[in-house]
Design a protein around this ligand. Sequence first.
Ligand code: F6P
Length: 362
Amino acid sequence: MRRIAILTSGGDCSGLNAVIRAVTKKAVHEYGYEVIGIKDGFEGLVSNRHRILNEDSVSGILTMGGTILGTTNRANPYKYPVETAAKVAYKDLSALVIKNLRKLKVDCLVTIGGDGTLDTSHRLSTRGVAVVGVPKTVDNDVKGTDITFGFDTAVHVATEGIDRLHTTAESHHRIMILEVMGRTAGWIALYAGLAGGGDVILIPEIPYDVGRVVRHIKDRRKRGKNFTIVVIAEGAKPLGGKVTVQRIVKDACAPIRLGGVSFVLGQQLEKLTGIETRNVVLGHLQRGGSPSPFDRILGTQLGSKAVDLIAERHFGFMVGVKEDQLVKVPLSEVARGSRSVPLDHPMIKDARALGTCFGDQE
Ligand code: F6P
């Protein structure tokens, strides 16, 4: 009998439990494998914390947000924070992780995570660990797949946020700015902005000129539109300027946390237009809660495909979606970098044709 281990690592998102459930049920039911759930991502492989998963233990989790296994974005085995008397030292504990996997007699490790997790997975696979990766993130920015689960739920939450801001913006004749997640990619802002009818959509891929945004708002006023909805990605930046950093998380694989650009922009717009402006940072609301039907289905399909790869002994791959087909992509191709919104994306063209301002053209 084969034994597989599964872990969730990095920031959580809706749909993780759908993958855990699909992997466990299919592995047990169809192939008769044993499944071990590793607790809190790679941290659980360093400290040997895990639990047996079976059909009963994953029953009822499909609709739940978060991850029943726990997660962390501070446990990169190649740069693991180890506390000594006075300070934190960073050590390469990858050999310990590999040793612990061998002790557990794991035939294959399924890692569910974003680019950092997939990079670690790739590095482990080059050292002989059988790994299959499953891409997750609200940001939708993992290379090698057209879509990640968690994104659709985040877009739903952000769109509802825009809908709610619309009514209050219109009543008070204000500019309302909604800041959404996405790190250095503008997928959430673009999708939610289009779905919610945002008048201005600002994404990291298109640095914005505040003057152009101001002119767009004033033109709207002239046309009798006394309010404006701005949707801004946390990673958006002004032309020639920098991103707004909210905090540095020292031990994290990617330490920079973006956030607060909507405060900065709000103050500028209020001053330059004379229109009262408010901003809302949607934050982690986008990551929590019950997954959308789309994310439940995608998580289930990716989990199921991951188990098929294990059965076929295709290790060192990530499962993904390309042109609506489930595919396997070498981890070496997805491990580094992220997937940005292409500037010629059809949704940008469509939005421009409807008069949406991206902060770069009149
Ligand atoms: O990568 C997912 C994400 O939610 C980003 O959109 C966001 O910038 C970051 O994680 C927030 O991380 P944390 O949960 O550590 O604040």
